[in-house]
Design a protein around this ligand. Structure first.
Ligand SMILES: [Zn+2]
Length: 261
């Protein structure tokens, strides 16, 4: 299986809109380092037979799919209904057009309710020919279950993200934990011994809804992955600083990173 990191930025991306000259707020990040430029967090799993599962549809989706050279998907999994993870749903219309069929989407019932509220037009029946709007078919999933989606066997666990819970999953020797601040024992047990873990690490200081560097270092000791990769990074997380200060088994991800598991 291949994992494609479409984006690894926080909810406002890096740089954020702003800055003293209005040309972007980079915070502690060096603007000269291309790996500090981060779009909103999303990944694609790609299997041996070319099967693909997209995780989340953030507001940068169109650009991310173009950059990755991807127009065909076999399903979309949603981790939670925050805008930086769902606001690009409309861009699925281009995938509908390319494949000439509706797309299956998966998530908790609460996520589907929010998607239906915000994107009601995408849940109407398809009226061929063509797609004047995206067309998705919803499928409900529950935490603490295992389900095969787009030929990937996914073991789901619940993560705390402050006021809401989010979906984490393990797929063989890979696990994805975006938008998480607390993990219970059951989740840590599922994650234990995974080969590569891609996990939320928003900043260096504590945060009420996101894991910070100290928390990730603790988890890394408990879970013992061969490699922990950081995602959902904000403007505090400079690439060079991280490379110099992290142990070799923990690395920041970057937009466009592809790895095999
Ligand atoms: Zn979130």
């Amino acid at each position: 299986m291949r994992v494609i990191v479409l984006g690894c930025g926080g909810s406002a991306g890096v740089p954020m809109v702003g800055g003293h000259d209005e040309k972007g707020d980079w915070g502690a990040c060096n603007p000269q380092e291309i790996k500090n430029k981060r779009s909103r967090s999303s990944i694609i799993l790609e299997g041996e037979s070319g099967n693909r599962l997209l995780v989340d549809t953030g507001p940068d989706l169109r650009y991310q799919l173009l950059r990755a050279g991807i127009a065909r998907l076999d399903g979309v999994l949603y981790t939670h209904p925050h805008a930086d993870h769902i606001a690009g749903l409309d861009d699925l219309r281009s995938v509908n057009r390319y494949m000439n069929k509706p797309l299956n989407i998966y998530g908790f019932e609460t996520v589907m309710e929010e998607l239906e509220r915000r994107f009601s037009y995408a849940f109407r029946p398809w009226k061929p020919p063509g797609f004047f709007a995206p067309v998705v078919h919803k499928h409900l999933i529950e935490a603490w279950t295992t389900k095969t989606i787009a030929d990937f066997s996914l073991q789901f666990f619940l993560q705390n993200h402050g006021r809401v819970d989010t979906l984490g999953f393990r797929c063989g020797n890979f696990a994805y934990s975006t938008d998480v601040v607390r993990l219970n024992k059951q989740a840590l047990d599922i994650l234990h011994g995974v080969d590569i873990w891609l996990v939320d690490c928003f900043q260096r200081e504590e945060h009420p809804a996101h894991a910070h560097l100290g928390r990730v270092l603790e988890w890394h000791k408990q879970i013992k992955p061969r490699l922990t990769l950081l995602t959902h990074m904000g403007t505090d997380m400079d690439w060079d600083w991280l490379k110099q200060n992290l142990p070799p088994t923990i690395e920041p991800a970057y937009d466009g990173l592809v790895f095999n598991v």
